[in-house]
Design a protein around this ligand. Structure first.
Ligand SMILES: C[C@H](O)[C@H](O)[C@H]1CNC2=NC(N)=NC(=O)C2=N1
Length: 101
């Protein structure tokens, strides 16, 4: 089933419930800081598991003690869709358990 692009207003409404997330260059983005490189690496693996479950994947970047995501929907021509919002919500749900902020 095709997934529709969200309007600018819809994106703003979704972002209002996703503190720390923003729209950068047409993608939903957020960076997290963690207590160590190993903690950041574990969070990347956890996010990868969720992305496989959802069959929806961000550009996921591991730094020394940071994890950064940028996501849009390739199959919607690079627009932001509910799939991106759904992934962002799932990442928010797991972030606290990793001590990410
Ligand atoms: C075949 C597979 O379902 C698709 O390639 C999925 C995989 N992950 C994806 N991730 C993202 N961000 N956008 C997509 O359109 C997408 N499509």
């Amino acid at each position: 089933m095709p997934v529709e692009p969200l309007s600018q207003k819809e994106i703003e409404e979704r972002l209002a419930e996703l503190p720390g997330w923003s729209l950068d260059d047409g993608r939903l983005t957020r960076s997290y800081r963690l207590g160590s490189h190993f903690a950041a690496t574990a969070m990347v693996v956890h996010i990868a598991q969720v992305q496989e479950e959802l069959d929806h994947h961000s550009d996921l970047t591991l730094g020394y003690n940071t994890v950064s995501l940028a996501v849009h929907t390739h199959s919607a021509g690079g627009a932001v869709t509910e799939k991106d919002v759904g992934l962002a919500r799932r990442v928010e749900d797991l972030a606290a358990g990793h001590g990410a902020h």
